[in-house]
Write a protein that binds this ligand. Sequence first.
Ligand code: HEM
Length: 201
Amino acid sequence: MNTSNRIFLYKRYERFWHWSQALLVISMLVTGFEVHGTYHLFGFEKAVNLHTIFAWTLLTLWAFTIFWQFTTGEWRQYIPTLKKVDAMVRYYTFGIFRDAPNPFHKTAEKKHNPLQRLAYLALLSMLSPVIWGSGLFYLFYSHWKSWGVDAYLSLEAVALVHTAGAFMMLVFFIAHVYLTTTGHTPLAHIKTMITGWEEAD
Ligand code: HEM
């Protein structure tokens, strides 16, 4: 075992972006499932308005973040690799419960483990387009006729796709929060995302 040393992993903008996105996604889950009729919190109309405001705020945040990822070169952190994916799966399914060492060692240049890279890429390339695509069609329902898409789309289908995306986002969120607790203490990863510093083993 190495002695403890600190590494700086998350820059200021990155932490701002991460926590704002987290807050917005949680708010979209809360308002979205109210629109769906799962519970009553703000009232339907207010929930719809809030949901729309959060959607535009998230879109703006993403525009800045995409710019940040490319100007800093940090987008490379998301390039997928299959190397050691099997070791990570073994670790999360068995090793972690037997105090086995984590097969992946973070550095500032490689801060996502191979499984994380795949998960974030899937989120970005599959779930995001589903939620955004259906969300935008939902939002611009009144324009369908002038766009000439009303013959091909139905509101029910768009709602179903959007709701399926929302459930997938909920599953991602639960798994993501669980995995934050798997550091050397349950709150270690959360602390890193707040301060930017990781206490490496
Ligand atoms: C994390 C992201 C999101 C989640 C979890 C989410 C969740 C939901 C859920 C569960 C519903 C109710 C669906 C139904 O029962 O028909 C809904 C409705 C809706 N969502 Fe989202 N959504 C998200 C992102 C977005 C985005 C990015 C947009 C727009 C670009 C959007 C626009 C809408 C609209 C317009 C409605 C329908 C509101 C109405 O009935 O008038 N959503 N959302």
